[in-house]
Ligand binder design. Structure first.
Ligand code: C2E
Ligand code: MG
Ligand code: MG
Length: 731
């Protein structure tokens, strides 16, 4: 970059061996306001130039030590000396010296004798011209820099002479050299692919014929065989009579900008993991397809494909594994649907027919269907394809999928309504056990609306104190004493009345509401247990159900501590009932949690044993205290082969020193069977249904009283408690 020239306080170096000339020149220039530095020979000239950086030099030709020519040449070699004006002082008729001086870089000359009166004006003029020259050079180099950065070159085409000027940047961006390549319009045309020449000629012709401006964007295969994108713009310049003089314009290499734009478009329209279109592109494509004139009255289907239990895989095998799995599934969906030629064929952008719209959610559009059942057949085959075993990182895995199907035009005539209904259908599929496909029906929407309403109401129920806890006694039939109670939540809905937990616990788990709900029950139960103790009912343990979501939630152990602290209940009176669902997953993590709970002094029960995997490994691996045999087994006592299974479970629990509670005992026969195998703790309607807090207190007091005094007397059968049960046992 050139230094910007400055005119303030100009400094003049005068070099002459004639002292009189030096003196007079100095006087004349000082009067004009210049700073003057004087030298007597060529060596002084070079030395003083370096030292003073003068704005202009007056240099005599004939001098001792080093003459003016040599000094001039030496100064011009210096970096800073290239642009300084140097005026040679020569004899009047010395034309040879003048020629020589210009030849080696002098700016101008003055002859002796010097006209002192005009010397100052002359110097001022030369300085001003030099200033303008430097400014121009500076602008030129700024422009060249800017053009280089922007990859933009300018050109000017003289229409009459066909001469074409190219700025250096044009040579650079086309990979040409000014020495080899001539800058004629023909040469320019040669750069452009044959099929493009016509377009450009038309554009130029239009500019000539009145449009005046043109802009033309094209891909050009350049010298390095690379395809690059250029934009050529130009404007016609005419004379007063409107006759075309020349066209001036620019050429810009916009390859990078266009590539960046393409990347942005790609990001906006495609899923980065699978490379599939995203929801936006799908929506646009679908809208185009359905709006196409020939699509009127035709049948199309939107498939909503949702992988089953993908979250579990992601959680247990890691996100990177999950990502690889999604990629494989994406390819399977695409391959299957493309191969079967089932996707829309009727519009150009068939690219948007399968999209990934969420973690494990894909959508696909099937068009030109003959019958609705075709969509169902395709969906079911697709499920089969997806669920073929997949090898990832040396592991074999099988993932299934659920598909919901909504039809155009019956189930919606735009993307939003089709997607909503296909989503409703996929949810219904999941509720019905997954790994299947269902066609959308209106009833599904109604059901999901009801669910939504219920969810909203449940959210409010917690705040509005519509939840209550009932308690069901657990009786040790050997001692005929109530040893504990299980806390069971109920919802007293202001309009719908009493709602049992089975109708809302699942929903609460799905929506995360189980966390506040479970915490509320835990607190309520602990406070209630403490109240009973304070009223004299000692040694009553309270069992609280804990959903697996709640157990796996990080704040759970703190919630337990808080419930114990605020209620002041001693931990040995609290028991937490977990289901097998909570114990699946990372074993170490689960053991850590269980042990942290045990460390508080709280006991642990495994609830509903026999309904899930009934894995014996849980019993041996985890620090559990009690096994609760599920009602579904007890119900079958005397009726089926389950008796053998119960016997095995009991034997195993005994050998592992686990306590056993049999749940749902309703008959004497069941009780007799259980007692026969040494399992005396019973929870069931045979003794009592779940009761409200006040009734349970009464029940326990009366039950213990009625049995405790007659330890060896057999309790009365039928109504085993011997007390009246009240209406609170509403289920
Ligand atoms: P669960 O924990 O296995 O509770 C036992 C269920 O069996 C209770 O149903 C109880 O009323 C019922 N039951 C007990 N004895 C008999 C009997 O002799 N015959 C019959 N037919 N049923 C009997 P409930 O209260 O409707 O609770 C159902 C389930 O809801 C519970 O099963 C539990 O899994 C869940 N639940 C209840 N309260 C909560 C809670 O606060 N949190 C969580 N996470 N789940 C809860
Ligand atoms: Mg339970
Ligand atoms: Mg149970």
């Amino acid at each position: 970059m050139h230094k910007k020239p400055q005119l303030s306080k100009p400094c003049i170096l005068v070099v002459d061996d004639d002292q009189a000339t030096c003196f007079l020149t100095t006087e004349a220039l000082k009067k004009e306001g210049y700073k003057v530095v004087v030298g007597a020979n060529g060596e002084d000239a070079v030395h003083l130039f370096k030292q003073e950086s003068p704005d202009i030099i007056l240099l005599d030709v004939e001098m001792p030590l080093k003459n003016g020519f040599d000094a001039l040449q030496e100064i011009r070699q210096l970096n800073e000396g290239a642009n300084v004006p140097i005026i040679m002082i020569t004899g009047l008729d010395d034309t040879i010296s003048v020629d020589k001086a210009y030849g080696i870089g002098a700016t101008d000359f003055i002859t002796k004798p010097i006209n002192w009166s005009i010397l100052g004006h002359r110097i001022r003029y030369i300085l001003r011209a030099n200033h303008t020259f430097l400014n121009l050079k500076h602008s030129e180099s700024s422009l060249a820099n800017a053009q280089r950065i922007a990859k933009i070159g300018n050109w000017e085409w003289d229409v009459q002479s066909d001469e074409l000027y190219w700025s250096p940047e044009i040579y650079r961006i086309f990979g040409l050299s000014p020495e080899v390549d001539s800058s004629t319009s023909k040469a320019f045309m040669r750069l452009i692919q044959r099929e493009d020449i016509m377009h450009l000629k038309i554009a130029l012709g239009q500019a000539k014929n009145g449009d005046r401006r043109f802009s033309y964007e094209r891909k050009i295969v350049c010298f390095d065989e690379q395809e690059r994108i250029f934009i050529v713009q130009g404007e016609l310049i005419t004379d007063q009579d409107d006759k075309a003089l020349h066209i001036s314009g620019t050429v810009q290499d916009i390859t990078e900008r266009r590539n960046a734009e393409d990347r942005i478009i790609h990001l906006a329209y495609y899923d980065t993991l699978t490379g599939l279109p995203n929801r936006q592109l799908f929506q646009e494509t679908l809208t185009q397809t359905l709006q196409a004139e020939d699509y009127h009255n035709k049948l199309a289907a939107l498939l909503f494909i949702d992988l089953d239990r993908f979250k579990q895989i992601n959680d247990s095998l890691g996100h990177s594994f999950g990502d690889k799995l999604i990629k494989v599934v994406a390819r399977r969906i695409l391959n299957y649907l493309r191969k079967s030629d089932l996707l829309s064929r009727n519009h150009t952008n068939a690219d948007g027919d399968v999209a990934r719209i969420g973690g494990d959610e894909f959508i696909a559009l099937l068009t030109h269907l003959e019958h609705k059942n075709d969509a169902k057949t395709i969906a079911d085959r697709l499920i089969e394809k997806i669920s073929e075993p997949i090898q990832i990182d040396g592991k074999e895995i099988v993932i299934t999928a659920s598909i919901g199907i909504a039809f155009y035009p019956d189930n919606g005539d735009d993307f939003i309504s089709l997607l909503k209904n296909a989503d409703t259908a996929v949810n219904a599929t999941k509720e019905q056990g997954r790994n299947n496909s269902l066609l959308y029906t209106l009833a599904m929407s109604k059901q999901s609306e009801q669910k939504l309403t219920l969810e909203n109401e449940l959210r409010k129920a917690i705040k509005n104190n519509e939840l209550v806890v009932h308690f069901q006694p657990q009786i040790d039939t050997a001692t005929e004493k109530v040893i504990g109670v299980e806390a069971l939540v109920r919802w007293v809905h202001p309009e719908k009345g009493f709602i049992p937990p089975d109708a809302f616990i699942g929903l609460a788990e799905e929506t995360g509401l189980i966390l506040p709900l479970g915490k509320w029950v835990l607190n309520e139960a602990c406070h209630q247990a403490k109240k009973w103790q304070e009223s004299g009912l000692e040694n009553i343990k309270i069992s609280v159900n804990v959903s697996s979501k709640q157990f796996l939630y990080d704040g759970f152990i703190d919630d337990v501590k808080e419930a114990l602290t605020t209620s002041n209940l001693e931990p040995q009176f609290l028991d937490l009932e977990l289901t097998e669902g909570a114990l699946m997953g990372d074993g170490t993590e689960i053991i850590n949690r269980l042990e942290a709970i045990k460390a508080l002094g709280v006991t642990l029960s495994l609830d509903d044993f026999g309904t899930g995997f009934s894995s014996l490994s849980y019993l041996t691996r985890y620090p559990l205290d009690t096994l609760k045999i599920d009602r579904s087994f007890i119900m079958n006592i005397g009726l089926s082969d389950d008796e053998a299974i119960i016997k095995t479970i009991i034997g195993m629990a005994h050998s592992l020193h686990l306590n056993i509670i049999s749940e749902g005992v309703e008959t004497e026969k069941q009780l007799d069977f259980l007692r026969q195998y040494d399992t005396q703790v019973i929870q069931g309607y045979l003794y009592s249904k779940p009761l409200i807090a006040e009734e349970i207190a009464k029940f326990i007091a009366e039950f213990n009283l009625s049995t405790g005094a007659h330890e060896e007397v057999q309790p009365q059968r039928g109504n085993k408690s011997g007390i009246q049960q009240t209406s609170a046992a509403a289920n």
